[in-house]
Ligand binder design. Structure first.
Ligand SMILES: *[C@@H]1O[C@H](CO)[C@@H](O)[C@H](O)[C@H]1NC(C)=O
Length: 320
């Protein structure tokens, strides 16, 4: 490799995650900001998870998938934010290669599972709105279990294939990653091994495991929206749309930010724009999910209201 020549060839054992620069006055501010985001994300998603598990009105496939998604989003924030908070607090931006790989692997598995769950959720809405009479036959607890299990297993498998190649790379020379977590592309760039096989395998895996589940939601929503538009009464249209609007908002936010990060060329956009959009899809989507569902979705907000009433009842009774 040309870039590695003339440099120090001894393999390195740690990376430096540059994060958000090193302005000392900015770090405490960012720490507080991400701490609040982290706490709200974990609390909100766990709350949503508990609601789905405990409220019998929510025991239908649509909410099973939502409960699984909120569990996943909790794990997802836990792979990225604690490490970022730690380095903002202590100023220590070094991460061992091993820890970096663990983060990369978990991030790969979780983001791929998230993608597949979101695809499963849009498939569920597609059946519910476009083929309502066949809903119970096509979408029941068992099918839902298969979809969830398939999403997790598929993601583990795909990530393991890619990462088993990635973990064999050697790194020498530069160890600075201009990002706030260990993402795939910046790490490959730092390697001084031959990455052609890895890039080919990644391309195939991404085409199968990422592009297909990413295409499903837009296609489903194309049919969903054209079906909704053909409903004659406006109250019927509203009712049908209200069952999928929360999911649609979450999808749009995720897609717009992810596409911006990965498709906008890096060469002529400032690095900071990329980082901000990465914050959007890695940190803010998990935060938005419970907020959007509890505000916009009738059944979830009703279930939340009942849970809060019960809680305040319980509090009152014990105070007297
Ligand atoms: C996750 O999905 C499975 C399979 O449908 C379901 O049995 C389980 O209850 C779901 N978990 C939550 C928290 O909804």
């Amino acid at each position: 490799m040309e870039t590695a020549e003339g440099r120090n060839q001894t393999p390195i054992s740690e990376f430096i995650l540059l994060g958000f620069g090193n302005g000392p006055e900015l770090q405490p501010l960012l720490f507080m900001l991400f701490l609040v985001i982290y706490l709200v994300t974990v609390a909100g998603n766990l709350l949503l998870f508990v609601l789905v598990v405990t409220d019998r009105h929510l025991h239908i496939p649509m909410y099973y998938l939502l409960g699984n998604l909120s569990w996943l989003e909790t794990c997802y924030s836990c792979t990225i934010l604690p490490r970022l908070l730690d380095s903002l607090l202590t100023g220590d931006r070094a991460i061992s290669i091993k820890n970096c790989f663990v983060q990369l692997y978990l991030f790969g598995v979780l983001s791929s599972t998230e993608n597949m769950l979101l695809a499963a959720m849009s498939f569920d809405r597609y059946i519910a709105i476009c083929h309502p009479l066949r809903y119970t036959a096509l979408m029941n607890g068992r099918v839902c279990c298969w979809l969830v299990a398939g999403a997790w297993l598929g993601s583990f498998l795909l990530s393991t294939i890619v990462d088993s190649l990635l973990f064999q790379l050697t790194f020498c020379g530069s160890k600075e990653i201009d990002h706030f977590f260990c993402d795939f592309a910046p790490i490959i760039k730092l390697s001084c091994s031959d990455t052609r096989t890895l890039e080919l395998v990644t391309f195939v895996v991404a085409a199968v495991g990422f592009t297909a589940p990413c295409l499903l939601p837009p296609i489903s929503y194309f049919f969903i929206i054209s079906t909704i538009l053909r409903i004659p009464s406006s109250s019927g249209r509203k009712k049908a749309f209200s069952t999928c609007s929360s999911h649609l908002i979450v999808l749009v936010v995720l897609y717009v930010t992810t596409i911006t990060v990965y498709l906008v060329p890096t060469a002529n956009t400032p690095k900071v724009v990329h980082k901000i959009f990465s914050v959007f899809y890695t940190v803010l989507t998990p935060l938005l999910n419970p907020i959007i569902y509890s505000l916009r979705n009738k059944e979830v907000s009703e279930s939340l209201r009942k849970a809060l009433l019960k809680l305040s009842d319980f509090g009152n009774r014990h105070r007297i």
